[in-house]
Design a protein around this ligand. Structure first.
Ligand code: ST9
Ligand code: ZN
Ligand code: ZN
Length: 318
């Protein structure tokens, strides 16, 4: 298959030499524009939730399709492909994933992957954009409502991100991000039910658009909050990220977070196959069709050696 993205990276590897600067923390600067927009979005989504029982089956199905496409744009796209390069994707698959990523409207792929590499490299420090040591609210949504800690920007600027800059699909999406979000996240989800099966415009806007967008956002944020706080640590008890089945289910396979931070280059982000892991099944399907290849996996021996050395004793083999 031509034009598979050929690369491996180390910018997402944990840097245990990093130490936070001593002294008082900089003051928190609230970005009121984001507070207002996020509040309005969540109010709209709540209204969408209340009208859910009266929504037609076709619109519900369409909402499910939009959920799955936008979720894959994050999990299989921004996360496993572009942040960690855990597999290689052909041009058509990269175009699909970038388009799906715009439907999820979580910042463009370049910015998302840059922040995510900083998160892995400087996990739970001032340089981590959603540092879970600052509490559930901050790591869930609060970090998007305030100015970033200067360390996040300083450390992030040291990353080269050469693979992202060389990826034409990533840079094209970045250049046309606003338009792509308007079309993919707002126009198409709203237009399809209204045009094809005469759903009311209000319902089409509230359910497949606002409610679906808000659910995908919160499922994603749960990985940063809940999966950094609640669950077992069978692979490394020295780090915060946990194995959380509820998050794995809601985030289509991204809740095996102790495994993922221990082995960030494993395309499956878990040792348990496709169980609670639709994203792995999707990538496998893409490999079957020849659209993806070279999925990176950690060997059973490496996993077991790590479980023995640093696990908390909760691994099923224990
Ligand atoms: C959203 C993102 O929701 C969610 C990401 C979640 C990640 C989850 C990971 C978990 C694993 C995967 C699980 C997937 C599960 C999926 C499940 C699906 C069902 N390095 O940003 P500014 C530079 S987005 C280097 O304004 P402020 C920047 O380039 C939601 N440089 O910072 C700029 O430079 P220049 C929708 C960096 O002013 C300058 O700094 N979007 C870095 O502090 C200023 O940048 C929103 O809500 C870095 N890391 O503002 C909007 N960072 O001046 C959110 C920044 O040269 N964003 N720079 O251009 C904002 O409004 C703002 O960024 C802010 C901070 C207010 C948060
Ligand atoms: Zn990751
Ligand atoms: Zn994490």
């Amino acid at each position: 298959m031509k034009e598979m993205a050929e690369t491996t990276i180390t910018e997402d590897v944990y840097d245990d030499a990093y130490e936070e600067k001593p002294g008082p923390k900089p003051p928190v600067q609230i970005v009121w524009r984001n507070v207002i927009l996020m509040s309005l979005l969540h109010l709209g989504a709540l209204y969408g939730l209340t009208i859910l029982p009266s929504v037609s089956t076709l619109t519900l199905l369409w909402t499910g399709v939009c959920f799955m496409v936008s979720a894959l744009g994050i999990t299989a796209g921004a996360h496993r492909l572009w942040s960690h390069r855990s597999y290689k994707a052909s041009m058509p698959l990269r175009i699909f994933l970038a388009t799906a990523n715009s439907m999820a409207f979580q910042n463009d792929i370049y910015e998302w992957a840059r922040d995510h590499r900083v998160h892995h490299k400087f996990s739970e420090t001032d340089a981590d954009p959603h540092n879970a040591h600052r509490g559930f609210f901050f790591s869930h949504i609060g970090w998007l409502l305030v100015r970033k800690h200067p360390e996040v920007i300083e450390k992030g600027r040291k990353l080269e991100l050469a693979d992202l800059k060389a990826d034409g699909v990533v840079m094209f999406q970045r250049r046309h991000y606003k338009l792509s979000v308007a079309v993919m996240c707002f126009l198409i989800p709203t237009f399809v039910p209204w045009f094809f099966w005469e759903e009311s415009l209000l319902t089409s806007y509230l359910v497949p658009c606002l409610l679906r967008y808000t659910v995908v956002l919160n499922a994603t944020w749960l990985v940063n909050s809940a999966a950094h706080m609640w669950g077992m640590r069978p692979y490394d008890h020295n780090i915060n990220p946990r194995e959380n089945k509820f998050v794995a289910f809601s985030a289509i396979g991204e809740g095996f977070h102790n495994y993922h931070h221990t082995f960030p280059h494993d395309y499956a982000t878990s040792e348990f196959g496709s169980r609670l892991n639709v994203t792995k099944a999707f990538i496998d399907l893409m490999c079957f069709f020849g659209l993806a290849k070279d999925c990176r996996r950690v060997t059973r021996e490496t996993i077991m050696a790590r479980v023995k050395r640093t696990g908390d004793g909760s691994h099923k083999s224990g």
